[in-house]
Design a protein around this ligand. Structure first.
Ligand code: 5AD
Ligand code: SF4
Length: 445
């Protein structure tokens, strides 16, 4: 049997796309493999968001070229596919830099992979179109694995933050129709999925067509997904503060399946920098939004993204970011050094921040955020949470799952608990994981 190795970099949408590419290849008779050495098709699903992520692809491709040569010497063919956002951004340049690449395919065309692979036997192919036909209509039925799944509901972004390549690589915002999302969610539920994370580059701009053709917002979509039998948890990511409407806040108040966790990138705490980033909100507008969400869901766990060293960022600007972090308090966060990306307005600016300054700011910010994360973890000790059991734990006899606030928990329980929600008392807080004890149904009542 032919085998396919699919590796994904970057965000959750890429992870979703990678799984769907595995489905497409599966329908063509390729079994998934974790071992690149035995793969007949190797797909790298690439990320273009920061330079480091994009450059990683070329070192990986260098290794694959050697592997392809070794397999050829044994009479075996290896097709190398570059997919994802680097494929979209760089197209044929990838093959100019690394001739071993057979297929370059963008995020909107991967349903055509079988055809592209067939054509690649004649000559190298590139497909980075944004086709009119919707890839989702051409993808095979998805295989479900596990209790928790991502579901793409929206792609692309019209926000044009000055640092970001996404509006260029993923294009304009497009929402999938409500019926298509619900049909996919129903199939996931039938396959044993209990938690669905609705994903989009800017998911709360979701405006898919409803039954009567009129656009439906994210809050209403969440309510519809919550009605699907079997789905007990809903999450969504990633959000932009400006598209966060009252209806969504109301949904947090009223829909029990909507988990108390919010990833809401702010990027900076300094109004001057936020304006230069084209974020179109201030630090205080972000604070007020958080207050409103906390008013209806006091226990909501907050997460965010930060960029340090955006062009022109001063020490005083950076201090504003630290102040915002101290005031709000985050359960978790991602923070990055600014990375100039080709074609984005910020990359053209003359006032780039020197690397050592960025490194020092990143270390200071991460120390603060790490402290908040540990404090959050420690505060969980002694408390009881509903845990969705997702998989076997690190040690035999253990299982692993997540609290509503997305904290990872390990505890002793039989494997048949996987796919169920059970009450767990947290006994110990590690740095990256909590340890707990299953409370029996009788004790929990
Ligand atoms: N440099 C550094 N970080 C970036 N991000 C997006 N573009 C850049 C860039 N050019 C970060 C933002 C975004 C997250 C997905 O990646 O914080 O929210
Ligand atoms: Fe990029 Fe801004 Fe769109 Fe997020 S909202 S994808 S950071 S342009």
């Amino acid at each position: 049997m032919k085998k396919a190795y699919v590796k994904s970099y970057g965000c959750q949408m890429n992870a979703y796309d990678a799984a769907r590419m595995a489905d497409v290849l599966g329908a063509e008779g390729y079994a998934p493999t974790d071992s690149v050495e035995e793969a007949d098709v190797v797909v790298l699903n690439t990320c273009h968001i920061r330079e480091k992520a994009a450059e990683k692809v070329y070192s990986e491709l260098g290794r694959l070229r050697v592997l392809k040569g070794e397999r050829k010497a044994q009479g075996l063919d290896t097709r190398i596919v570059v997919a994802g956002c680097v494929a979209q951004a760089e197209g044929a340049e990838i093959q100019a830099r690394q001739p071993a690449v057979d297929v370059v395919v963008g995020p909107q065309s991967y349903h055509r992979l079988p055809d592209l692979l067939a054509r690649s036997r004649e000559r190298r192919v590139v497909d980075t179109e944004f086709p009119i036909d919707d890839k989702f209509d051409h993808l095979p039925r998805r295989r479900t694995v596990g209790a928790s799944a991502f579901l793409t509901v929206q792609e692309g972004c019209d926000k044009f933050c000055a640092f970001c390549v996404v509006p260029y690589t993923r294009g304009a915002e497009v929402s999938r129709p409500v019926a298509a999302v619900l049909a996919e969610a129903e199939r996931l539920a039938e396959g044993g999925v209990r938690e669905v994370t609705l994903i989009g580059q800017n998911v709360n701009a979701y405006h898919g067509a409803g039954a009567d053709g009129a656009p439906v917002g994210l809050a209403e979509l969440v309510r519809a997904v919550a009605r699907i039998p079997g789905i007990v948890r809903i999450r969504y990511t990633t959000s932009h503060p400006n598209d966060f409407d009252d209806a969504l806040i109301q949904a947090h108040a009223e829909v029990p399946a909507l988990m108390p966790y919010l990833h809401l990138p702010v990027q900076s705490g300094a109004d001057r920098i936020l304006a230069a980033m084209n974020r179109k909100h201030t630090g205080d507008q972000y604070r007020r939004l958080i207050e409103r969400v906390r008013a209806v869901r006091p226990d909501i766990a907050l997460s965010s993204d930060f960029i340090v060293g955006f062009p022109g960022e001063t020490d005083a600007d950076f201090a504003e970011t630290l102040r915002l972090v101290r005031e709000i308090g985050f359960e978790s966060a991602y923070s990055f050094k600014y990375s100039p990306r080709p074609g984005t307005p910020a990359a053209e600016r003359g006032d780039q921040v020197p690397e050592p300054v960025m490194a020092a700011r990143l270390a200071e910010l991460q120390a603060l955020l790490d402290g908040q994360r540990y404090a959050y973890q420690r505060a969980a000790a002694g408390r009881v949470f509903d845990v969705l059991v997702e998989k076997p734990g690190r040690h035999p006899g253990q299982v692993a799952g997540k609290t509503p606030h997305l904290l990872a928990v390990q505890f002793d329980a039989a494997a048949h608990h996987i796919g169920t929600v059970v009450p767990v008392r947290i006994t110990e807080a590690g740095t990256n994981s909590l340890f707990g004890q299953l409370i029996s149904a009788a004790a929990a009542a």
